[in-house]
Design a protein around this ligand. Structure first.
Ligand SMILES: *[C@@H]1O[C@H](CO)[C@@H](O)[C@H](O)[C@H]1NC(C)=O
Ligand SMILES: *[C@@H]1O[C@H](CO)[C@@H](O)[C@H](O)[C@H]1NC(C)=O
Length: 298
C-alpha cells in the first residue's frame, strides 16, 4: 500500500486513491489480469500528485507536473539484466513546452564510472509544434550519444508503444514496433556496451524549460498546469537465449540469434524519415577529437 503516501495532503485525493485501489483489486480478481502496472512499479517521487486510475481493463498511471510540487516519477520494482520493455504512453497535450516525459533504463546507485543508461526523453513543444524524441545511451559514465527523432504521429491524442530491447548484441529503440535506433555491442573494436549490471525501468515527467524546447527559448506556461503524461500496459520480457544456451549472457560471439531480432531495412527507412539529429553525423562536434568508435567502421 505504498501508494498511499503519508504525505498526501488532501483527503479528497486520498479517497480517490482508495477508490482507485479498490477498483484495481476488483479488476485484477475478476479478470485475472496477470500484471497490473500498480504491482510492477513504485512511484518514486511526486506521490502526492500522481495517481493510478482504470481505463477499461488497463490501469493507467497519470504522472503530474505542476509549479508548486514539481514533477513525478516511477521505477520498476524489479531490475533486469537484458530484456525487452514495452510501455504505452500518451504525452502532455496542447502547450507542453518546457515539459519532458521520460522512459529509461538505469542501474541503482553506482559510482558514476559505472553509470549505464538507455534513455528516451520526449521534449514538449508549444501547441501545434512537434515533440522531439531525444535518445541517449550512457555506458560506464559516458553519454553524449544523442539521436533525435520527429514522431510521425501526434503522441498526445492517443497511447503509442515505446520499447527498449536490450540484448547481448544490440540495444534497439522502437516506436510502435518499428526500430528507430540501434546501438550495437562491438567489444572487439572497443565499443562500450552495458553487459553486467541489472537496470531498473524508470519513467518521469519534469520541468526542463532551461533547455528542452527550441533550445530553452520557450518556457513552461504554468497557467496550463497541472500537466499530465499517462503510462500503461508495461510488458517486460526477460532476455530469451538462443537454443542450447543457458542464458543470454552466454551467447557465443558468432551467434546471429539477436541480429535476427533487428529489422535493418525498417530501421534504415525510419531513420531516413524521422531522424533529426545524429551525433555520429555531427562533424563540427567531433572535428578535433574524432568520432566515437561506434560511429566509425575501421
Ligand atoms: C487541449 O485543447 C483542447 C482544445 O482546446 C481541449 O479540448 C483539451 O481539453 C486540452 N487538453 C488538455 C490536456 O489541456
Ligand atoms: C518545436 O517546434 C519547433 C518549430 O516547429 C521545432 O523547430 C523544434 O524542433 C520542436 N521541438 C522542440 C523540442 O523544440
Amino acid at each position: 500500500m505504498a501508494l498511499l503516501s503519508p504525505s498526501s495532503s488532501s483527503s479528497r485525493h486520498s479517497m480517490a486513491l482508495v477508490v482507485a485501489l479498490l477498483l484495481l483489486m476488483a479488476m485484477a480478481a475478476r479478470s485475472g489480469v496477470a500484471s497490473l502496472l500498480y504491482d510492477q512499479i513504485d512511484i518514486t517521487w511526486g506521490q502526492d500528485h500522481s495517481f493510478f486510475y482504470m481505463d477499461g481493463d488497463l490501469d493507467t498511471l497519470a504522472l503530474c507536473l505542476d509549479e508548486a510540487r514539481g514533477g513525478s516519477g516511477f521505477a520498476s520494482k524489479d531490475a533486469y539484466l537484458y530484456g525487452r520493455f514495452d510501455i504505452d504512453i500518451m504525452l502532455v497535450a496542447n502547450n507542453s513546452a518546457g515539459t519532458v516525459a521520460t522512459f529509461y533504463l538505469m542501474p541503482d546507485d553506482v559510482p558514476w564510472e559505472y553509470h549505464d543508461e538507455v534513455d528516451l526523453e520526449f521534449l514538449g513543444n508549444s501547441t501545434g509544434e512537434p515533440y522531439t524524441l531525444h535518445t541517449n545511451i550512457y555506458v560506464n559514465g559516458v553519454g553524449g550519444r544523442e539521436q533525435q527523432f520527429r514522431l510521425w504521429f501526434d503522441p498526445t491524442t492517443d497511447f503509442h508503444t515505446y520499447s527498449i530491447e536490450w540484448n547481448t548484441k544490440h540495444i534497439i529503440i522502437l516506436v510502435d514496433g518499428t526500430p528507430v535506433r540501434v546501438y550495437s555491442n562491438d567489444a572487439t573494436r572497443g565499443v562500450a556496451f552495458p553487459t553486467w549490471q541489472r537496470m531498473r525501468l524508470h519513467g518521469s515527467l519534469w520541468n526542463a524549460e532551461e533547455w528542452a524546447t527550441q533550445g530553452g527559448r520557450v518556457k513552461t506556461d504554468w497557467t496550463q498546469a497541472p500537466f499530465y503524461a499517462y503510462y500503461r500496459n508495461l510488458r517486460v520480457t526477460p532476455c530469451v537465449p538462443s537454443p542450447g544456451v543457458a542464458w543470454c549472457g552466454d551467447e557465443p560471439p558468432e551467434s546471429t540469434w539477436f541480429d535476427q531480432r533487428l529489422d535493418a531495412a525498417a530501421l534504415q527507412r525510419m531513420q531516413g524519415e524521422s531522424m533529426i539529429y545524429d551525433y555520429c553525423a555531427d562533424q563540427k562536434r567531433f572535428k578535433d577529437k574524432g568520432f566515437p568508435k561506434e560511429c566509425t567502421t575501421d
